[in-house]
Design a protein around this ligand. Structure first.
Ligand SMILES: [Zn+2]
Length: 341
């Protein structure tokens, strides 16, 4: 089969890879219908994270082609959406709703690499969710979004306790930040402030439900949020970047007693000082999103066409042109690239 391998920073190739096979009885092999490039794939692409002949891709939707003997909830022929985190969905941590930290968990990125024609998904019952039937083609991008960016934005909004009567601020105008805006709106937030300096992204944020835009950052950004919230700060702040600057922006934009949901992948060099946390007096919840917790609900919303997160893909390319997809996102010509098979 063909699959994307990142040989080195900036060097993305579509090469022939070995077809996956069932190894454990809990595995499923899926034929991938659509996959995509994640903002987090840009870290190795830019040389910020180590990369060496790495199998790429962790977002996927597809059709089950083969199942192991122990798989019960998905069948051959089912259209499935899977999380970027493998989970059994039965251990105590999973049952508490933190499937991204499953006791038997692993990450699809690296080991499996779903920017490919097929993938072996471990713990198929606990990782995959079948859709009610074969989807209309125009629903595929939205279902694919549920696999990571929507699920991650949704978790951030839930972690930030977005809801009726709340003012939600969103730090980060990438795909996850935009999905955080969508999630906050769906969860009933009264006001949604998108922090963005880019006119095109501001337009997207408004489309997904932002009611206000703040262009400034740092002290000025904090002041702007306070001005919009009676001097208090937002009830709920979504952090979707993963830098020290964005984390502090989020914490400082939150009112005392408020909640920060952080889902930007933190990197070395992000340092938070105890005194900044101590006197902020805010709730912090975040990490790799337990997308599996939200998949049934998100699939249902998409299936009933109540949300259209697939709009976040502004570039669609065949898998063979993956290198151009990476380059377009790296140069910010594209928010998120969908790869078709
Ligand atoms: Zn588990």
């Amino acid at each position: 089969m063909r699959g994307v391998v990142m040989y080195a920073p900036g060097d993305v190739r579509v090469v022939e890879r070995e077809d996956p096979k069932i190894i454990e009885p809990t595995d499923a092999i899926i034929r991938i219908t659509a996959t995509c490039i994640c903002g987090s794939d840009l870290w190795p692409y830019r040389g910020v994270e180590p990369v060496d002949h790495t199998l790429m891709g962790h977002e996927y939707v597809g059709v089950v082609e083969e199942i192991g003997a122990a798989v019960q909830t998905v069948s051959v022929g089912d259209f499935v959406v899977g999380s970027f985190a493998v989970s059994d969905n039965t251990c105590e941590i999973c049952r508490a709703g933190y499937q991204s930290r499953c006791l038997h968990g692993s990450f699809v990125a690296g080991d499996i690499g779903t920017q490919a024609e097929k993938a072996r998904i471990p713990y198929a019952d606990g990782t995959l969710v079948a859709t009610p039937g074969q989807p209309e083609m125009d629903l595929v991008p939205s279902l694919l979004a549920a696999s990571d960016v929507l699920g991650t934005g949704w978790f951030a909004a839930v972690a930030a306790e977005a809801g009726p009567g709340k003012t939600v601020a969103v730090v980060g105008d990438g795909a996850v930040g935009l999905m955080g805006v969508l999630a906050a709106q769906q969860l009933g937030a009264e006001r949604i402030i998108a922090m963005s300096r880019h006119a095109d992204r501001q337009g997207w944020a408004s489309q997904f439900g932002a009611t206000d835009i703040v262009e400034s950052r740092g002290d000025e950004g904090v002041a702007a949020i306070k001005e919009l919230t009676g001097g208090l700060g937002a009830h709920s702040v979504i952090e979707a970047v993963g830098t020290e600057e964005s984390m502090l922006q989020a914490i400082r934009s939150t009112r005392p007693g408020g909640h920060v949901g952080y889902v930007g992948v933190s990197h070395d060099g992000v340092t938070l000082h105890a005194n900044q946390l101590f006197f902020a007096e805010v709730h912090l919840m975040g990490g790799p999103a337990p997308v599996r917790r939200f998949l049934p609900e998100l699939i249902d919303l998409i299936w009933r066409r109540e949300i259209d997160p697939g709009k976040v893909f502004d570039l669609t390319l065949p898998l063979d042109q993956a290198a151009e997809g990476y380059q377009a996102m790296h140069e910010r010509r594209a928010i998120k690239t969908l790869l078709t098979l």
